[in-house]
Design a protein around this ligand. Structure first.
Ligand SMILES: [Zn+2]
Length: 54
């Protein structure tokens, strides 16, 4: 269990969570990347600007 770095909500680690996995905070909807499993840590996922062209 860790906290969302954005809103502080609790983030639960699933049994099959792996480092690099993207999770979504249920509270604020921020995309979070798992950076460590033991201890469980998440960071805000880099915002990739999709360039869909014009
Ligand atoms: Zn959050």
């Amino acid at each position: 269990m860790t906290e969302c770095p954005i809103c502080g909500a609790e983030i639960e680690k699933a049994a099959d969570t792996v480092v690099g996995e993207l999770l979504e905070c249920a509270d604020c909807g921020t995309e979070l990347e798992v950076t460590s499993l033991d201890p469980f840590k998440v960071e805000e996922a880099p915002q990739e600007e999709e360039d869909w062209g014009e």
